[in-house]
Design a protein around this ligand. Structure first.
Ligand SMILES: [Zn+2]
Length: 185
């Protein structure tokens, strides 16, 4: 297989062919990339992974990160961070998104869902944890797939609509959500 460069959200294989390795995730029968990097296949282990190119850097309060929601609890979500100030980090690390600190007004429903690609601002490093917030307009969901059918969500006002099945979903979207249209599944 040729060395292939991919973007976050790019489909790199189907689940029947390979196991998802580093910097990939599985979504409805496909394996997709979590970062920009080069696809790497381990034929023996039948594993496919993505090797990012940029080395890690120290994270500071006020930095912006982009990552993927890896779990959602009632008041927090864990975000696996892959970009720091729009640069890819080779060794990903996790931050905690605090939902209550992320909205000025009361908010109905979830701000994020599992698998979403989100941009957050680092607001604290207390207790050796990376505290994240989505309060400002720049922060929020950048890319999301329909939780009903797995197709890409398109912006529709302050909500998003599935291009395939018409399902309307709520998230806290970043103001430039529409610009991320080319992150195709
Ligand atoms: Zn759908």
């Amino acid at each position: 297989m040729e060395k292939k460069t991919v973007l976050p959200g790019d489909k790199i294989a189907v689940s029947e062919e390979f196991f998802p390795g580093q910097n990939t995730y599985e979504f409805q029968g496909t394996i997709r990339s979590l970062s920009m990097g080069v696809v790497d296949v381990d034929k023996k282990a039948r594993e496919i992974r993505v090797n990012p190119t940029v080395k890690p850097k120290t994270i500071e309060v006020g930095d912006y990160v982009i990552g993927q929601v890896e779990s959602v609890q009632q008041n927090t979500a864990n975000v696996k961070i892959y970009y720091l100030n729009d640069r890819f980090v080779a060794n990903s690390f996790s931050g905690i998104l605090f939902m209550k600190n992320s909205m000025k007004k009361p908010w109905e429903g979830s701000l994020v869902k599992l698998g979403d690609i989100v941009r957050c601002r680092v607001v604290s490093k207390a207790n050796s944890l990376i505290h994240l917030s989505m309060e400002d307009r720049k922060s929020g969901v950048l890319f999301a797939l329909c939780s009903r059918c797995g197709k890409k969500l398109q912006p529709a006002g302050n909500r998003a609509k599935c291009v395939e099945c018409g399902n309307i979903e709520h998230r806290k979207f970043a103001e430039d959500f529409v610009l991320f249209e080319n992150l195709k599944p």
